[in-house]
Design a protein around this ligand. Sequence first.
Ligand code: PMV
Length: 338
Amino acid sequence: MVVLGSITCTAPVNIATIKYWGKRDENLILPLNSSLSGTLHQDDLKTTTSIVANDEFTEDALWLNGVKEDISAVRYQNVLKAIRDRATKLQDKPHHVHIVSVNNFPTAAGLASSASGYCCLVYTLAQLYGVEGDVSSIARLGSGSACRSMFGGFVKWEMGTKEDGSDSIAVQVQPESHWPEMNIIVLVVNDKKKETSSTAGMQQSAQTSPMMKERCATTVPQRMKDIEEAIKSRDFEVFGDITMKDSNDFHEVCATTTPPIYYLNDTSRYIINLVEKYNTVSGNIKCAYTFDAGPNACIYLPEQNVTEFLALVLKHFPTGDQTNYYRGPNKYLQQSQS
Ligand code: PMV
């Protein structure tokens, strides 16, 4: 038995401020709109993936959080094929790979686990197989939002126009060092698996929401320009305003599908009101909420507002009142049922 290669990598999640929602090509995962996100620090919410290539393994196999996955699923196969097509190592050595992937946070609960998961899988495979150049378009084949986790700081996913998807890639807008005061706090409202997957939700929205057309044609392109400008000039007022508007519009799109999809719950809406009131009383935007396809709140805010905002959250969701809070070393606040 010969181990031909083994490697371990980690990748963090990213939190979209302009949401990707809807595909023009289901197989290549080409989006109906460009999107933009902030990537968390390496040590926050992250996936760790280890891969071993061995000449005596009888099949490729993958375990996610200790459970064996069906690696024949089309997305895994597309990713493996795309990497092996560009390999500069191992091509001449018959082998299979065993992949072990672990998230340090709840999987499929609207906490962008597919983003860090596929990003990490593709990045680790790329190291093992010696793939050079951009691999964000391969991460995209696993899960659209995964392409944005390939870079730190603020990252946009250009929707592209080509049919083969070669220009549908992630591009770093600004590195993390550009706006170091920016924090992301995740308020875990519910860590259960969501009822409607993003894939199903997107299909339903693209087919039935009357809001989709305008969102993709005019609203998002304008917001992409404006938020990039706001990031460049570190203008939190504009950044926060666009972020909250896009989150609200995205959930409105979901609510106007047939049948409607509701990812937010009462606690999510309570947090929205809390943030809105805090900003109104302050007279300016001090923090901004955004919600993906789940009830958990992601709060963007500058460092100087973190203590005040956390105090407010703890006041409204006091420890011991069915709720525990945990603030990790880096901007990860967890609320779990006790
Ligand atoms: O990449 P997916 O299929 O998990 O879709 C992600 C969709 C949102 O999280 C709701 C928005 C986004 O841009 O991340």
